[in-house]
Design a protein around this ligand. Sequence first.
Ligand code: ADP
Ligand code: MG
Length: 701
Amino acid sequence: MRPALLDPLFASLASLPGIGPKTGELFAKLLGQESIDDCRVIDLVFHLPHSLIDRRNQPGIAHAPQGTIVTVSGRVDRHQPPPRGKSNVPYRVFLHDDTGELALTFFRARGDWLEKSLPVDEQVIVSGKVDWFNGRASMVHPDFMVKATEAETMPLVEPVYGLTAGLSPRTLRKAIEAAVERVPSLPEWIDGPLVARQGFPAASEAFSALHHPRDTLDLDLQTPARRRLAYDEFLAGQISLALVRQTLRRVAGRPVTATGVLSEPVLAALPFALTGSQQTAIAEIKADMATDQRMLRLLQGDVGSGKTAVALMAMLAAVEAGGQAVLMAPTEILARQHHATLVKMAEPAGITLDVLTGRTKGRERDQNLERIESGETNIVIGTHALFQDNVVYRDLALAVVDEQHRFGVHQRLRLTAKGISPHMLVMTATPIPRTLVLAAFGDMDVSKLTEKPAGRKPIQTVIMPQERTGEIVERLRAAIAEGKKAYWICPLVEETEESDLMSVEERHATLAGVFGNAVGLVHGRMSGPQKDDAMQAFKNGETRLLVATTVVEVGVDVPDATIMVIEHAERFGLAQLHQLRGRVGRGAGASSCILLYKGPLSENGRARLGILRETEDGFRIAEEDLKLRGEGELLGTRQSGTPGFLVASIEAHGDLLEIARKEATYTLEKDPQLESERGQAIRTLLYLYRRDEAIRFLRAG
Ligand code: ADP
Ligand code: MG
């Protein structure tokens, strides 16, 4: 049960003053939720400011720099309403101070209202951005206008929050203010000496401090308040991981003894020899699974390094030992593709592989579930659907999670809660720093695929302005005539109001105008079977040009596709571009990748794309990416935490993560059921950071 103390924070966001049905929708959008009913007050508390407006700068009108926000204290001289019938001419109010004159400019303003707020001869204070034109200073729609006698009602420093279109900063600030006021005084869950050593404020004070910055320094990731909350978030994560581990230790694992009867014929039939690092990884995995300790291993390997074959060998070992194995993919397309590939690869083994996704429905689903429960199915490939409550395994020995490191823990919790704890192999192409692995999984072993399969040719990467699209189309015409295959990636599914990007559907239409039936289309809004058909048609060559969104980003494997065109490459992250490019260069043919950008490119943008031209090494790309983004951090433009975290940043708060890990272990050793006073406080912490799923593992919980 969630402590009643937290109720005000877990109340619906709609309970805050000023949030109605219309604004509610905007708030939901801001918080990435479907509807306002899914938003809690706490979500706004975690919506931290990224910068601030400083209204303390009062240089005098004549000394106000162009384009900066200043506060002016002056006397109103005269009003200049627009001439009758010319509502497009602004209403101007002139005022002066000792240094000069300022024109306040209002479009479509109500004159009577302005006369009341800015009476002639009255001393007033206004704040906003100053613009200089022909030696005259003006301020368009000041953010604040108050009479000098009411000066104290104007906030001198205001936090600035990330917004969504249509939501006014003032509405958001008010709601956040109200949300932060609801943070109660919380019991201390951090060990006293540590609080003292780190100079941490209490949690409620820390929230308040982050939302009331007094100057830019207060926005730094290293303020005691920010560090306090980052530590809390790490601690909540580490405690929940430790609770899972603690439960796992109570039940012995299922030793898997590989006999080779299945894997040997499969290996012999493969059209290639395994690379040295594939062999090493397979050996490490088998050795782990042979013991009665549960395996938790991460397999890192760049795109195209051959992780799927490693997964298959591990799964065959599980089946040889009489167990079942599952492979979970992040998308439907990938699950279906894995199923098709693995059925073919595993054919010599004579075993049964099934597929189970959200789309498996009706009779097919019932039959699959039955076969899984009876053990007739040896290997199941699917999406999250694999771990839903109605799926019962006869003897699940191994779960492989592909390309989605963030899901790992969650799935594991799910499975453990169901009373099964298979060996676990998580595969990723993203090089995850050790600290991040630690934060997401706790202690975990790592295998790496360091070599690429032999015979791969480098991918030639070129960077071109969007204006040269016509040339690309000509080149494609020649390539397709030679029987080659190409992807064409667009960032968007449909035209959105605020963008002028070409949508994937439009691009498909224009290319179909050139290439006719040879052009296919796949994007996230299509139905599952439509997506399959499109992928299938591309795979077997009915279509030769596939126009797609990033649904093909991870894992899609069509080895004879050799050309990748990416539109608006400047919009994508480097890692994502690397993943997309990894869809080509998978077979024997020479491949190329064309990055089209919409100019002008910033220096940083140019440097980013340049890295891709220089190297195909995913680890280097990730490193350089971090360096370039790091600059942003120094400039204070990137204040949010690491993805998957609300407050904490792995890079900035790595030292705290180590401490949290030790504290979590120590705490649970002393108080395994979290029953002491501090233990109870830690339960509150778990709820606050939504890690309460782990509380189920406490006998008393
Ligand atoms: P990823 O690591 O990106 O998941 P895949 O497992 O999809 O890579 O493998 C990429 C391609 O390389 C596939 O077509 C696969 O059949 C092939 N492949 C895997 N291992 C080898 C190998 N040792 N030699 C040659 N080709 C291989
Ligand atoms: Mg893969």
